[in-house]
Design a protein around this ligand. Structure first.
Ligand SMILES: [Zn+2]
Length: 302
């Protein structure tokens, strides 16, 4: 009797000493592409809530300042998932305000591109010395980013690890299919040169054999000066009228003006930094990337 009571006590003690599994948690993501990945990885985990910091129409975070509401959201977070590579320029503030909050960067360990091997018009959003942060636009990179995020989620929420692993495996498979499709669909186009507004596509171009010959750097809503427009008209003509690609969230008046002046065409390429906020299809990234492929096939075909 005495011995079974002491066995019970030691068992109880052992149970108390075990680390408690996290049963529920709040994951906060910095912006749309990271949110999409996190939604995929946590699908089917009702005890994990994923909240996105920047509104889905924000776009890239290049000049994003943390809002009061963001600080409140972060105060409730168990894990903060970011892009890294300089996209979240406010990170030091987060480290200072929430020293205990685990922060995981999706870009960890992925080779980064520095500077731009293209003619630039307008002032760059990103410093030449800094990495280009738009790495999710290669599907192979997106898969590696998902792996990094999954590792952070599993470490923070070990009870959900098997589900996260399963979700990661399915997502990796889909992204690898997408990557192969993009390679196949874009590899043999008769033209390869593009001009983009916003420096979002170097990883895409490197992965899928395109050449970004010029980038028009512009803050959202900002128009080009007459001098910049004139310079660009000359560049477009010198390059043999490559198509112009604007992004859905950017005002494209300058591009339309340029098209009218030079006779080149304007298309939309979507860097997947914006999208629906409610009922987001989990394959939204793939859908948009396939749309981008179709656009490029049309623009760079015959
Ligand atoms: Zn950007």
């Amino acid at each position: 009797m005495k011995s079974s009571a002491s066995k019970f006590l030691s068992l109880l003690l052992a149970l108390l000493l075990l680390p408690l599994p996290s049963l529920a948690g709040t994951v906060v993501t910095s912006f749309y592409p990271i949110w999409l990945l996190a939604l995929n990885l946590t699908a089917g985990a009702p005890d994990l809530q994923v909240r996105n910091l920047a509104a889905p129409d924000t776009g890239c975070l290049h000049d994003y300042q943390l809002q009061t509401g963001d600080m409140k959201t972060l105060a409730e977070a168990d894990l903060f998932l970011v892009n890294g590579a300089g996209m979240e320029s406010y990170l030091d503030l987060v480290y200072d305000a929430f020293p205990a909050l685990p922060v995981a960067a999706a870009s960890d360990g992925i080779p980064l591109l520095y500077g731009l091997d293209a003619l630039e018009i307008g002032e760059a959003e990103e410093d030449e010395e800094e990495a280009n942060a738009h790495l999710w636009l290669s599907a192979a990179n997106a898969a590696r980013m998902a792996e990094n995020l999954a590792a952070a989620l599993e470490a923070q929420f070990p009870a959900n690890a098997p589900l996260i692993q399963e979700n990661l495996a399915a997502l990796t498979q889909r992204l690898s299919t997408l990557d192969a499709e993009l390679k196949e669909g874009l590899s043999e186009l008769p033209h390869r040169q593009i001009i983009t507004f916003h420096e979002a596509f170097p990883y895409f171009a490197a992965a899928y054999d395109l050449e970004v010959v010029a980038v028009v750097n512009r803050e959202p809503g900002e128009t080009l000066t007459p001098a910049q427009l004139a310079q660009l008209v000359e560049v477009i003509q010198d390059l043999g009228l490559p198509p112009l690609f604007v992004e859905p969230q950017y005002e494209d008046l300058s591009a339309r003006t340029l098209a009218a002046e030079t006779g080149t065409k304007v298309y939309t390429l979507d860097p997947v930094v914006t999208g629906p906020e409610e009922d987001v299809p989990l394959d939204y990234y793939e859908t948009i990337m396939r749309q981008n492929m179709a656009t490029l096939q049309e623009a760079l075909g015959e």
